[in-house]
Ligand binder design. Structure first.
Ligand SMILES: Nc1nc2c(c(=O)[nH]1)N(C=O)[C@@H](CNc1ccc(C(=O)N[C@@H](CCC(=O)O)C(=O)O)cc1)CN2
Length: 428
């Protein structure tokens, strides 16, 4: 028998009100034992909560939601108690005394919603992002996923694939039973439908992933030792995130600083200077890490006199305030002077400019990288299917549908779910 679980689902006490949710087969019995007669389904009623000995614990609003049409898919009770620590502790104690009732783990309500088919994996991931959302754009992208925009798009494609599979099966049956050749026109129509669908999916794959919105745009500062990377990092984030000294090689490892700017999250990474050849083992590791960061960067701020290693880098002329460094040399986009607020602001402008194209459009359905990866797998299968072998076409249709189904979580492993629900707070 499934355990019945409970947890504070509102903010933690002390708070004005604490909502304790109870979900599972013993939820209603527990509520009745605490609050007496159960109110009408989905109606809030005031009840005096008492423990097993009859002692009064609180005066609270009680709601009962009969499963399966509930957030978790199970019988669900909400106790809206006074939010004092002792009140909440007393009600939780009374609940925990009931047989088959225990404290929930973080994310366990949502996990049950997923297992009971109330939400799918894409919606659960959206919820995790929604709870972590700090900016308006993050919130809008996440609520889209929670409301099922990603799921609906994927389901629509899966339906079309199912229809194509059915047509292929019917053609195979027909050809087999009547021992007639396949109609080449019909085969080619199916193949072109598969192609059309693949193009639609690949278009989604090409769009910027929402991960950039949620995780932040990765801005990497790189260049030779002593080129002013750490100074610029500190100026950009307006705090002393990195140690700055005149000694070359002060920054030996990557230093990350997160900032919100213009409603966009950025993670700025200062890297060890790219020393030419070094005998210092630690410095060499720092250089390797810097090179990795350069490859992984969404935006590279290149602070060297040699041309940048990536064509899309923002090439800066740093330390422009020092004697002999002078004006803006050929190819550089900006001169940065540490004594000029305007030059730091112009670096931010250049970053924000570049970021615009890297972020998902406001009206786009926000796909995550790993979801795009499954769409790409599906599209590749559809494109790979040969035009002349209908059995292989049937197989590739199946592969494509399976890849899309992964987005909805059909074969999500325990490990994957543990990782996802570990991001949730207690009571969610
Ligand atoms: N008090 C409270 N507020 C909350 C939640 C909650 O559980 N309790 N939520 C927790 O996440 C969110 C709302 N999510 C919910 C999702 C589904 C259902 C639900 O009962 N669904 C049924 C019936 C829908 C209906 O009323 O028409 C269903 O989908 O069949 C309720 C809340 C945010 N606010």
């Amino acid at each position: 028998m499934t355990d019945t679980i409970f947890a504070v689902s509102s903010g933690q006490p002390p708070a004005a009100i604490a909502v304790i949710r109870v979900s599972g087969p013993a939820a209603f019995a527990a509520a009745e034992r605490l609050g007496g007669r159960l109110p009408e389904a989905r109606r809030a009623s005031l009840r005096t909560l008492k423990d097993a000995s009859g002692a009064v614990l609180d005066s609270a609003l009680l709601l009962c939601f009969p499963g399966p049409a509930t957030a978790t898919g199970e019988d669900l009770v909400e106790l809206h108690c006074h939010g004092g620590r002792a009140v909440v502790a007393a009600v939780e104690r009374a609940l925990a005394e009931r047989p088959g009732v225990r404290r929930a783990e973080p994310g366990e309500f949502t996990r049950r919603a997923l297992l009971n088919g109330r939400i799918d994996l894409a919606e659960a991931e959206g919820l995790a992002d929604l709870l972590e959302a700090q900016t308006e754009r993050q919130r809008r992208a996440a609520i889209g996923a929670v409301e099922g925009r990603v799921s609906q798009a994927v389901r629509g494609w899966m339906d079309r694939l199912a229809m194509l599979s059915a047509m292929v099966e019917a053609m195979l049956d027909f050809a087999e039973e009547d021992d007639v050749p396949l109609d080449p026109a019909a085969v080619s129509r199916i193949k072109s439908d598969m192609h059309e669908l693949a193009i639609v999916m690949l278009e989604v794959v090409e769009r910027p992933p929402v991960d950039r919105l949620h995780d932040g745009i990765r801005v990497v500062l790189a260049g030779p030792p002593n080129s002013g990377k750490s100074t610029l990092l500190n100026l950009l984030v307006e705090r002393e995130a990195a140690i700055v000294s005149p000694i070359a090689g002060t920054t030996r490892d990557r230093i990350e600083a997160s900032v919100l700017r213009g409603g966009v999250a950025y993670v700025l990474t200062d890297t060890a200077g790219l020393a030419e050849d070094t005998d210092d083992v630690i410095e060499a590791i720092g250089v390797t890490r810097a090179q990795e960061a350069i490859l992984q960067a969404d935006i590279l701020l290149w602070m060297a006199d040699t041309p940048p290693p990536r064509g899309d880098a923002i090439w800066l002329h740093s330390r422009a305030d020092l004697p002999g460094r002078g004006g803006l040399p050929e190819g550089r986009r900006l001169a940065v002077r540490r004594d000029e607020v305007a030059s730091v602001a112009s670096v931010w402008d250049a970053i924000a400019d570049t970021a615009t194209a890297l972020l998902p459009r406001e009206d786009a359905i926000g796909f995550k990288r790993h979801q795009q990866e499954q769409c790409r797998r599906a599209a590749n299968a559809l494109i790979a299917a040969p035009t002349d072998d209908i059995l292989l076409m049937a197989e590739e249709l199946r592969v494509a549908r399976q890849a899309l189904a992964e987005v909805l979580g059909v074969s999500a492993t325990e490990t994957m779910l543990d990782a996802l629900f570990g991001r949730f707070c207690l009571g969610k």
